[in-house]
Write a protein that binds this ligand. Structure first.
Ligand SMILES: *[C@@H]1O[C@H](CO)[C@@H](O)[C@H](O)[C@H]1NC(C)=O
Ligand SMILES: *[C@@H]1O[C@H](CO)[C@@H](O)[C@H](O)[C@H]1NC(C)=O
Length: 409
């Protein structure tokens, strides 16, 4: 792959993560896949597609039609996809963690008491809510699966046509039991259906010989191929074999156990930040529940204890993570021609600062002493400084850019 050199071991890891993330994830349906889909698949779906849809789409106790076209199924919490995982057959669901990180503040009230703790709103909330004892699941449609199948077949070809650009800061060298990030929410313009633009964190476990094994990731992304629109979607992701055969986005495969009935992962999150105006952001806190068996919990927006990845899914991260990072990423499919006009962040360079450039703030890790602290000895990676950039502060950074321009041809 012709990717710019970033320098050092960390960069190559990140690059590897990014690339694998892109083409091995279930939706990994990159450009060529999409364009040919109609000729490859006739209207009649294959039996295995129906079978998979049936497995993925659990019977709903209630169904909510969202104004953005999503169908949200309220599925019995005990019947969620996680329990299809062979390791989780006898799993007893936990409704809360047994232990919390230091300084954890839990705000279960529904009133938005201060601007620093915004509620996460999704379009489907306008049309109903999921009852207690159920979780909201964004319904998988047939076209999602067709694309996933095709994507897998074409993996070897796809590798040659991807160019992703990562702009992030990372830390390694400690043992990590958690991470915090408040991510500014924008709706970057994305040029093509098969391109994406995202802002996310990575918590990863590398083995003794520096091979990436486990990751837990979450953030927000615009990705038409997966979500069929250009809105900004909240997502979660995991793998336990370096993006090989395990893991997926959201609840598309068994693994993540959701307990919250208000947030649908994979659904969009409106409204967005306004250039020079009101800013929206969500806090993501992930922490290991060491007294509760070591599961990794995800706590959103100081309000939503979303659920957890059971420790048994992982090997390295059954103990602790070895690498953390935060940043933005864009996939550029305009290979051989001009650079894509797909934006990162707000579409404006980091120097523009407050209310104009996109930010990450309240960056923290939970370290080997189980202390919450800011990042230390960080490595900054900026692969396309003329297209997107990053300005780092103590526990926050601005990042992003417009993509193609005279400086980024
Ligand atoms: C689940 O429980 C059954 C019955 O006790 C047992 O036979 C099976 O091995 C268990 N499976 C796992 C994955 O622990
Ligand atoms: C959802 O609710 C809004 C506001 O009540 C309404 O205008 C809209 O028609 C509803 N949409 C669907 C698909 O039910």
């Amino acid at each position: 792959m012709a990717l710019p050199c970033g320098g050092g071991r960390t960069w190559s890891r990140v690059k590897k993560m990014a690339l694998f993330l892109f083409f091995l994830a279930p939706m990994s349906s990159v450009g060529i896949g999409i364009r040919d889909t109609n000729t490859v698949f006739s209207k009649k779906p294959k039996p295995e597609v129906w079978k998979q849809l049936k497995r993925l789409n659990k019977p709903a106790l209630k169904t909510i039609e969202s104004p953005d076209g999503d169908i949200i199924d309220c599925v019995d919490i005990y019947n969620q996809p996680a329990f299809d995982h062979p390791l989780l057959k006898n799993h007893t669901i936990k409704m809360t963690p047994s232990s919390y990180p230091e300084g954890f503040s839990f705000d279960e009230s529904n009133d938005v008491s201060s601007n620093s703790k915004p509620e996460i709103t999704q379009p489907w909330h306008l049309n109903g809510s999921c009852p207690e004892g159920t979780i909201p699941i964004r319904r998988t449609k047939e076209k999602d699966l067709l694309r996933a199948y095709y994507g897998k077949k074409k993996l070897s070809t796809i590798q040659d046509v991807i160019d992703t650009s990562i702009h992030e800061i990372s830390e390694e060298g400690d043992r990590y039991y958690g991470l915090n990030a408040e991510i500014n929410v924008w709706n970057p313009a994305v040029m093509a259906q098969e391109e994406f633009s995202l802002a996310q964190f990575w918590v990863a476990g590398f083995d003794d010989i520096d091979t990436l094994i486990d990751t837990i990731e979450a953030g927000i992304m615009v990705y038409h191929d997966n979500y069929h629109d250009y809105e900004t979607h909240i997502f979660i992701f995991w793998t336990s074999d370096g993006y090989g055969s395990t893991g997926c986005y959201n609840l598309e495969c068994p693994g993540f156990v959701q307990v919250d009935n208000r947030i649908a992962v994979g659904a969009s999150v409106t409204p967005y930040s306004v250039y020079g105006g009101e800013q929206r952001s969500f806090n993501f806190l992930i922490f290991k529940d060491d007294f509760g068996g070591g599961d990794w919990w995800l706590y959103l927006g100081h309000k939503y204890l979303l659920g957890y990845w059971p420790a048994s899914l992982f090997s390295i991260m059954a103990g602790s993570a070895t690498y953390v990072s935060w940043g933005g990423e864009v996939a550029n499919e305009q290979i051989g021609g001009q650079h894509t006009t797909t934006q990162m962040g707000s579409g404006h360079f980091a120097e523009e600062g407050t209310a104009r450039a996109s930010y990450f703030q309240n960056l923290e890790v939970i370290d080997a002493q189980l202390v919450r602290r800011g990042p230390r000895n960080i490595v900054t990676s900026v692969t396309k400084p003329n297209c997107y950039n990053l300005v780092n502060h103590e526990d926050s950074f601005y990042f992003g850019g417009p993509g193609r321009s005279p400086q980024c041809p």
